[in-house]
Design a protein around this ligand. Structure first.
Ligand code: GUN
Length: 291
């Protein structure tokens, strides 16, 4: 038996269509939605991600402002630019692409973004809001994963969920969202003893480590739902350079009940959820102006 494929590309396309409609409604009311994206330096992967974000906005009818700043931009200049965007009523979402060059304090930069415009959901007050069950903006990747699970009809209450990876961007918020959905959640990381044993207990396994094909079929419980957040390049062999996930897809496919492909699984959902957060921010701003 082979696993069912969870088609993130198709679900993301339908979410984008919804967001285009909501963007058109906002424009018709005189509140065109706007997203500002800041890229510091020219990291090739970050440049591609940012290009996609701008293109997604254009296609959804969301105005985008792209600030490409030199790699040696001083911290004060970056913070001043964020303050400017915080004060600009035509900008509803602000995103600073990570990672930042090492001379910049990423946490300080994130905390400078107004929580009401923090469409990445990385600000400490948004992270705290998620933690306490009153989420405002959810980080796009875990948010997209939850939408995929919901769309696939995966029952989470009481399920064993294992998240591999503990980043602030994916692992930790993912675990929190699964917990809120009443799963029993385990977070595994680089110091975890016997990762395979933890993974094998998972009804829902989320791999978010950034290591090429490290979760193999023998680490997966038969019938489990496997969500692959990884976006890696194959380092060796005939397929070197091609995109792959954190899960060894071929061996996982034989064991899992359902699995997200890479590409075409979580990636498009992450992109779509940024549009959702931006539209929500713009709708909140428009509603606040009406009151
Ligand atoms: N770098 C990798 N993923 C992300 C993301 O979701 N948001 C931002 N701002 N930077 C990232």
């Amino acid at each position: 038996m082979t696993a069912r494929l969870l088609d993130g590309a198709a679900l993301a396309a339908s979410i984008r269509t919804d967001m285009s409609r909501r963007a058109a409604a906002l424009r018709a009311l005189g509140h065109p939605p706007g997203l500002a994206v800041i890229l510091v330096g020219s990291d090739p992967a970050s440049s591609v991600y940012v290009k996609h974000k701008v293109k997604d906005c254009e296609e959804a009818g969301i105005r985008s402002i792209l600030d490409r700043l030199p790699a040696d931009t001083p911290q004060d200049a970056l913070l001043a630019r964020i303050d400017q965007l915080n004060a600009d009523p035509s900008v509803h979402g602000i995103l600073v692409q990570l990672p930042l060059p090492p001379h910049l304090d990423a946490q300080r930069v994130i905390e400078t973004i107004s929580p009401a415009k923090d469409v990445d959901g990385f600000h400490i007050s948004n992270a705290g809001a998620l933690m306490t069950g009153q989420p405002r903006f959810l980080p796009c990747t875990p948010y997209g994963v939850m939408k995929l699970l919901e769309h696939a009809g995966v029952a989470l209450a009481g399920a064993e969920a294992v998240v591999v990876g503990r980043s602030n961007i994916v692992g930790k918020p993912q675990a929190m969202l699964l917990l809120q959905a009443s799963a029993t959640v385990t977070i595994c990381h680089s110091q975890t003893r016997d990762l395979a044993a933890h993974c094998r207990r998972a009804d829902v396994l989320v791999a978010a480590v950034g290591r090429e094909r490290m979760i193999t079929g023998d680490m997966i419980k038969p019938g489990a739902v496997v969500i692959d957040v990884g976006m890696n390049r194959i380092s060796q062999g005939p397929n070197a350079g091609k995109l792959c996930g954190d899960v060894d897809f071929d061996s996982a496919l034989e064991v899992a009940g359902a699995i997200t492909p890479v590409p075409g699984g979580v990636g498009p959902m992450t992109r779509a959820m940024l549009l959702v957060n931006t539209i929500e921010a713009a709708e909140r701003a428009a509603a606040a102006q009406c009151n």
